[in-house]
Design a protein around this ligand. Structure first.
Ligand code: NAP
Length: 249
């Protein structure tokens, strides 16, 4: 089997960490990006290595272009040619209505969730696309079901940023489809991770789970399975589309 090298942004916790673990178990060499929580990244790397996998941790703020450029060079140097990018880093802020938002908050949300996703995709395409001398690859963007539902009275700004991610997924997929690169999105519903605490409501999943047709929140591992499928050759004719992991919402 060819060597498979994955970079996952925001890979130190939550959905990203579950994806990094599953990818390593399936034979990927994994670069785990984080921004602040070095301890979480180091613990994950240690546990992947203890299980016989290959992984490195790379600090970078995806909202900062020079950080992203440096991160990709580090991956080149330590793991070799990138074959998979998972654009997973994403943030939301305290629940608020649109009539309470300000431009500084919008700038923070869009810098991480949208600009970060674009710049990481750019660096990946420069390495993967046959147009640039690459041998192909796969990109998976983490969107959210909020892109469809709008997240009223919680975070319409976050939902709109994920709408932008969806549009980018469709456009980029078509741009590079004939260059050996597939691009797809995964849209989770409510998943048990720490992201809800940053919205000010750590117990949010349990509050809203009855609105989910399956009547439960999702686990990070269930999202990771969908991501790994899209990255795999089993999805070889799948590009420019989305897998919703929502319990039917
Ligand atoms: P999480 O538990 O809050 O973890 C966020 C991860 O992103 C951490 O590893 C964090 O690093 C990293 N990160 C944050 N800002 C970053 C930046 N500027 N640069 C690099 N890394 C950064 O999040 P999650 O719930 O697993 O969510 C993962 C993705 O799924 C996000 O895109 C989110 O929008 C999406 N999603 C989640 C849910 C859900 O219910 N959980 C639902 C729909 C969509 P540190 O550890 O260093 O802070």
């Amino acid at each position: 089997m060819d060597k498979r090298v994955m970079l996952i942004t925001g890979g130190s916790r939550g959905i990203g960490a579950a994806t990094a673990r599953l990818a390593a178990a399936r034979g990927y060499a994994v670069a785990v990006n984080y921004v602040h929580n070095r301890q979480a990244a180091d613990n994950l790397i240690a546990s992947i290595r203890a299980d016989g996998g290959k992984a490195i941790a790379v600090q970078a703020d995806v909202a900062v272009e020079s950080d992203v450029v440096r991160m990709f060079v580090e991956v080149d140097q330590h793991l070799g040619t990138l074959t998979a990018l998972v654009n997973n880093a994403g943030i939301l802020e305290r629940q608020a209505r649109v009539d309470e938002l300000d431009a500084a908050r919008l700038a923070r949300i869009f810098a991480t969730n949208v600009t970060g996703c674009f710049i990481c995709a750019r660096e990946a395409v420069r390495r993967m696309s046959t147009r640039h001398g690459g041998s192909g690859g796969v990109i998976v963007n983490l969107s959210s079901i909020a892109a469809r539902l709008g997240a009223p009275a919680e975070y319409v700004d976050y939902a709109a940023s994920k709408g932008a991610v969806d549009t980018m997924t469709i456009g980029l997929a078509k741009e590079v489809a004939a260059e050996g690169v597939r691009v797809n999105g995964v849209r989770p519903g409510v998943i048990y991770t720490e992201i809800h605490a940053s919205g000010g409501e750590p117990g949010r999943v349990d509050r809203v789970k009855d609105a989910v047709p399956m009547k439960r929140g999702g686990e990070a591992e269930e999202v990771a399975q969908a991501i790994l499928w899209l990255l795999s050759d089993e999805a070889s004719y799948v590009t420019g589309t989305f897998v919703d992991v929502t319990g039917g919402r």
